[in-house]
Design a protein around this ligand. Structure first.
Ligand code: 13P
Length: 261
């Protein structure tokens, strides 16, 4: 049984004080009791992690995530933040390898792999982002691209570690464009990812690992995406920045389908 996972990636939005206000309002819009079968995560910018963590407190239904980290523990790495620093602020998850990090900041699979290991060492669960560009999709290279990204970031990891990672399939052409992948496209990519997990580790690892979809997810399309038992949740950008839409997505996720493999 896989618990659904809904993650709000705030990207470079909201100051620390705006973030605290937002989380206070979001908590009002969510039911007080845990949402059945759903984990909720917000990933604010580094500068807002402390204020968000303070408003959430230890009892919150919402968990704290970060958007990146650096693989070294400490030292002369100007501008970087380590896994232990995030852990100290209460982060349970970290988004790694987002396509914006890859394309704008030049991140490569070998560095992303080191970041995954650093997170796991601190007990922070990575949300590994992979996905193809439009040109790669149009040339029929989607499966090859996804498999190579998985191979170069995950191979050699112990099965126990891999099963704690969430993999987010985020086609680059669907991010921020309002053009989400079709259900068939998303399901096909998720099957490719599960096949890789089965062949690199085992069907148990493939059945345990959560695979999220990301790219123009909204309250309007979340239910149809989650109608497939291949899709174990969503990584959300734009729609997580409004209280109403994020709360609606969270609520719909808890009622959309019974959880199971
Ligand atoms: P949008 O939901 O704005 O398309 O962003 C998706 C994303 O990049 C989440 O990480």
């Amino acid at each position: 049984m896989r618990t659904l996972l809904i993650v709000g990636n705030w990207k470079m939005n909201k100051t620390a004080s705006e973030a605290a206000t937002f989380i206070g309002e979001l908590s009002q819009h969510l039911p007080k009791a845990p949402l059945t079968g759903v984990e909720l995560v917000v990933a604010p910018p580094f500068t807002a992690l402390e204020s968000v963590g303070r408003v959430l407190g230890s009892e919150s239904l919402i968990q704290l995530g970060a958007q990146n980290l650096f693989w070294e523990e400490h030292g002369a790495y100007t501008g970087e933040v380590s896994a232990s620093m995030l852990k100290d602020l209460g982060c349970r998850y970290v988004i790694l390898g987002h396509s914006e990090r890859r394309t704008i900041f030049g991140e490569q699979n070998d560095g992303i792999r080191k970041k995954i290991l650093a997170a796991l060492t601190q007990g922070i669960r990575p949300i590994l982002c992979i996905g193809e560009s439009l040109a790669q999709r149009e040339s029929g290279a989607t499966d090859t691209v996804l498999t190579q990204q998985l191979q170069e970031t995950l191979s050699g990891l112990s099965p126990d570690f891999v099963a704690t990672i969430a993999i987010a399939y985020e086609p680059i052409w669907a991010i921020g464009t309002g053009k989400a992948a079709t259900i068939d496209q998303a399901v096909a990519a998720h099957r490719t990812i599960r096949q890789f997990l089965t062949s690199a580790w085992s069907s148990t690892v493939a059945d345990t690992t959560r695979i999220l979809y990301g790219g123009s997810v909204t309250p309007q399309n979340i239910e149809s995406l989650l109608a497939s038992d291949q899709i174990d949740g969503a990584l959300i950008g734009g729609a997580c920045l409004q209280v109403d839409s994020f709360a609606t997505i969270a609520r719909l996720t808890s009622t959309t389908r019974s959880i199971g493999v």
